[in-house]
Design a protein around this ligand. Structure first.
Ligand code: ZN
Length: 230
């Protein structure tokens, strides 16, 4: 087994040389300042690399990732990232991004015991418990992805309710909160349309986005049942 990861260091040298060749002065300009427009709050899953999915360069996306893209009001790590992004960097958009087939969401849904992370995933189980009557009506194979999307909506709403975002809105700073889901199967991001740019937009945006998610899964279930019956 290699102990020095030379292949990664070599690969990094190549990447730095290619980047500088494509855009001379790239790194010296980044050294001066970072002015990202976006804060990405996503899952730690290695298949969901933030910058790559939206084709943004270093300096263009501020990123926070954790298991199952959870935004908790007592998580000082996430809140500190949000505060720096909003207050210091003045990002214009906060995007909470979940993804299909999320292992964290699946563990939460099925009450799987994984380890320390079970405690973290209690937050996703709260989402599951809150929506369990609706989730129970779906086909078992639909439930993980449905909970992934419900989790995005709940965590995006949590982001809206942080003091960081509430204070920014109160002082008239432009910050828009979004909720997206990424399809591992096709590489595409989908906007779940819980888009809020002011405190009074949060509740209606949440309700509209929730109805849209539910409608989509119910239609998929209905078409599946119809095709089975015919
Ligand atoms: Zn995940």
């Amino acid at each position: 087994m290699s102990t020095n990861l030379q292949e990664l260091l070599d690969s990094n040298k190549q990447w730095a040389a290619n980047t500088e060749a494509r855009e001379p002065g790239f790194f010296s300009r980044l050294l001066e300042q970072q002015t990202p427009q976006y804060l990405w709050i996503g899952c730690a899953d290695s298949r969901v690399p933030a910058n790559d999915l939206v084709n943004l360069l270093p300096g263009e996306l501020f990123v926070h990732r954790n298991v199952a893209n959870v935004v908790v009001h007592s998580d000082l790590n996430c809140l500190s990232v949000m505060q720096f992004a909003v207050d210091a960097l003045k990002v214009k958009h906060i995007i909470v991004v979940g993804h299909s087939n999320c292992g964290g969401v699946k563990a939460a849904l099925l009450d799987a015991r994984v380890g320390l992370v079970d405690n973290w995933l209690r937050h996703v189980q709260d989402v599951r418990n809150h929506h369990h009557e609706w989730l129970d009506q779906l086909q078992p194979e639909q439930r993980v992805n449905a909970l992934c999307e419900l989790n995005v909506l709940e965590q995006a709403r949590n982001a809206c309710q942080t003091t960081v975002v509430q204070d920014a809105w109160a002082r008239g700073q432009e910050v828009v909160v979004h909720g997206w889901v990424y399809g591992l199967h096709n590489g595409l991001l989908e906007d779940l349309a819980i888009t809020a740019a002011a405190a009074d937009e949060v509740a209606p945006a949440f309700q509209t986005a929730l109805r849209a998610v539910k409608r989509r899964y119910e239609q998929a279930r209905f078409s599946q049942l119809s095709s089975e019956a015919s």
